[in-house]
Design a protein around this ligand. Structure first.
Ligand SMILES: [Zn+2]
Length: 253
């Protein structure tokens, strides 16, 4: 299983894209930085995107990905998300105000965009990868994802504060090779992390006590302004196998 980090930050400054991971070159989890990181040639190969929640730092390149490739021969995109997230994208993103409703363009019969609802905890398979959406604890309805192929499994929590079910499911994955979770704010902004449904290094440390498997944990979501502090505080946890994701790097599991 191949995971290329297109973006892994909770905000956007030069050189720092927002959350998006390309799986096996053809499928993305979240779309905070798909069109920002991929060439047109690479973009057109992306046919399926899983979206964890409606926040812009996870969705904002979807409009440009579709617009860039609208007239490319054979281009179409399927977006998968839990029903609340699909509803939000219909109402607030592809609503003919913020951006065209590509679910009926160029026509209703062969639209370039399909929005597909997924049922939490029910496995579904795309291109040989089996996913499960697991609800987590953010300020809008949000699902993390487990991803499995025949040999390995990984889990991506998406944006979350302290949560429970995600870790329960993760601990049940026999082939688990890695977990990706977030750390958005430094410890001194714990109040802000609490009200916005995010983790700090301190709450991350408590979350990781729920993980019963000895696998590497990779962090994303740091707000660019606080990356230095987050890095220092994560280092001070002195946990083996805890890393910050590196933008542009391809991880093989
Ligand atoms: Zn969010």
């Amino acid at each position: 299983m191949k995971l290329r980090v297109l973006g892994c930050y909770g905000g956007n400054i030069p050189g720092h894209g927002m959350t998006a991971f390309l799986m096996n070159d053809r499928l993305a989890m979240d779309a905070g930085w798909v069109s920002g990181a991929l060439s047109l040639k690479e973009q057109v190969k992306v046919k399926d995107i899983l979206i964890s929640h409606s926040h812009l730092d996870h969705t904002c390149t979807l409009p440009f990905l579709i617009d860039n490739n609208f007239s490319a021969p054979g281009f179409s995109l399927r977006i998968y998300a839990i029903p609340e997230v699909i509803a939000s994208m219909k109402n607030h993103l592809f609503n003919n105000h913020t951006w065209p409703d590509f679910t009926c363009l160029p026509n209703n019969i062969t639209p370039v965009l399909k929005l597909i609802e997924i049922v939490p905890e029910t496995p579904f398979t795309i291109n040989g990868l089996t996913f499960r959406a697991i609800p987590v604890s953010h300020i809008v309805p949000t699902a993390g994802f487990t991803v499995e192929d025949k040999k390995v499994a990984i889990a991506f929590s998406s944006d979350t504060g302290p949560t429970h079910r995600f870790w329960e499911v993760v601990n049940g994955l026999k082939k688990l090779k890695a977990v990706i979770t977030e750390t958005s704010f430094p410890n001194e902004l714990q109040d802000l992390a609490h009200v916005s449904g995010h983790l700090t290094p301190a709450t991350l440390d408590k979350e990781l006590r729920k993980l019963k498997k000895d696998v590497p944990v990779y962090l994303y979501g740091g707000k660019p302004k606080y990356l230095k502090a987050i890095r220092k505080q994560v280092g001070a946890l002195k946990r083996k196998n805890l890393h910050l994701l590196v933008q542009g790097k391809t991880y093989k599991f």
